[in-house]
Design a protein around this ligand. Structure first.
Ligand SMILES: O=C(O)c1cc(=O)[nH]c(=O)n1[C@@H]1O[C@H](COP(=O)(O)O)[C@@H](O)[C@H]1O
Length: 280
C-alpha cells in the first residue's frame, strides 16, 4: 500500500481505522477544576498526561486549543509541544486550533511555526481565519500542499454572534467557499477545508463532499451527533465532527474518557460513503 499523500487521504485513513471524530483538547480553567487540577502549569501538565493516556492512538484526530496553552506562557507551549508529539507518534492526527490569518509575510511565519515539519509546534492541520482574504493564506496553503497538511478555513462558525458571516451578496461565508474551491483547484489538492458549525441548519451552499468540513458545535453547544446527516445533507460524508467539553466532562479517569469517546462515536450515523465508523 502506498502512503497517503494529501490531507484528505491522511484524514480518510485515520477515520477509517479509528472512527470519524475529532476530540477537542481545551484545558480551560473549568475543566482543570472539575478534574481536581490547579489552574497552573502543573494542572496543565496533568491534563496533557491524562488525555495522551486516554486518546493517543485511539482517536483519529485531536484538536488542541492553542489559547489554553498560550495562557500559561512559554512553559504552557512546551506542554503543547510534548502533547503534540506524543499524539503524532501514536498515529493520531493533530489539528491545532490557532485560527491564524494575516498578510503574506506574517502568514509565512505562522506557516513555519505550525506547519513546517521542523517547526516548533508542527501539526498535521491548522485552523485559519480568512478575514484578510483566503488568498492571504497562500504561504500556509502552499506549504501544506507540499507536506500533506490540512487547513480549515473559518466559513460559518458555531457561535451565536456568527450571523454577520451570512450577510451581503454573496455572503462572506459563500465567498469563502468559492475562494477555497478555487485555491484547491489551483493546488491540485484539497488542502483547504471549511469550518461549518453544527449549531444551525446548513445555511451556506457547499459543493457536496469536495471540501472537508470541520464541524464544531456538537455536545456542549447543543448540536446532536445523531443528527449529523440531517444537518449536513449531501455534505455529511465529508464532515469531521469535533467535540471538546462533552468528551472531557467525563474525565479525569482514563477509562471514563475512553467510554465517553466510544459513546460519542456510537451516536454518529454510519457514513453514507461506505467509510464506516468503528467503536473505540
Ligand atoms: O475552530 C474551531 O474548532 C471552532 C470553530 C467554531 O465555529 N466554533 C468553535 O466552538 N470552535 C472551537 O471548538 C472548541 C469548543 O468546542 P466544544 O467544547 O465542543 O463546544 C473551542 O476550542 C472553539 O474555539
Amino acid at each position: 500500500m502506498t502512503a497517503p499523500e494529501n490531507w484528505q487521504q491522511r484524514l480518510a485513513a485515520a477515520t477509517e481505522s479509528r472512527g470519524r471524530l475529532c476530540v477537542g483538547l481545551d484545558p480551560h480553567p473549568g475543566i482543570l477544576q472539575a478534574w481536581g487540577l490547579p489552574d497552573d502549569l502543573s494542572g496543565l501538565a496533568g491534563f496533557a498526561g491524562t488525555v495522551v493516556s486516554a486518546f493517543a492512538g485511539r482517536v483519529a484526530v485531536v484538536k488542541p486549543q492553542l489559547a489554553f496553552f498560550e495562557a500559561h506562557g512559554h512553559r504552557g507551549l512546551a506542554i503543547l509541544e510534548q502533547l503534540t508529539s506524543a499524539f503524532r507518534q501514536a498515529g493520531t492526527l493533530v489539528l491545532l486550533d490557532a485560527k491564524r490569518g494575516d498578510i503574506g509575510s506574517t502568514m509565512a511565519a505562522y506557516a513555519r511555526t505550525f506547519l513546517a515539519p521542523d517547526g516548533p509546534y508542527a501539526a498535521d492541520a491548522l485552523t485559519v481565519s480568512p478575514y484578510l482574504g483566503v488568498r492571504a493564506l497562500a504561504p500556509a496553503y502552499e506549504l501544506a500542499a507540499e507536506t500533506g497538511a490540512g487547513l480549515y478555513v473559518l466559513c460559518r462558525t458555531s457561535n451565536p454572534e456568527a450571523g454577520w458571516q451570512l450577510s451581503g451578496e454573496p455572503t462572506l461565508a459563500q465567498q469563502v467557499v468559492t475562494d477555497c474551491r478555487a485555491v484547491n483547484a489551483e493546488l491540485g489538492s484539497a488542502v483547504l477545508g471549511l469550518v461549518v458549525g453544527a449549531t444551525r441548519q446548513l445555511d451556506v451552499e457547499l459543493p457536496g463532499t469536495e471540501l472537508s468540513v470541520l464541524a464544531p458545535g456538537f455536545g456542549a453547544q447543543g448540536a446532536q451527533l445523531g443528527e449529523l446527516d440531517q444537518l449536513y445533507g449531501t455534505v455529511a460524508p465529508a464532515v469531521l465532527p469535533t467535540a471538546s467539553r462533552s468528551v472531557l466532562a467525563a474525565g479525569p479517569g482514563v477509562d471514563a474518557l475512553r467510554a465517553a469517546l466510544a459513546d460519542h462515536l456510537a451516536q454518529l450515523p454510519a457514513r453514507a460513503d461506505g467509510q464506516e465508523r468503528e467503536q473505540a
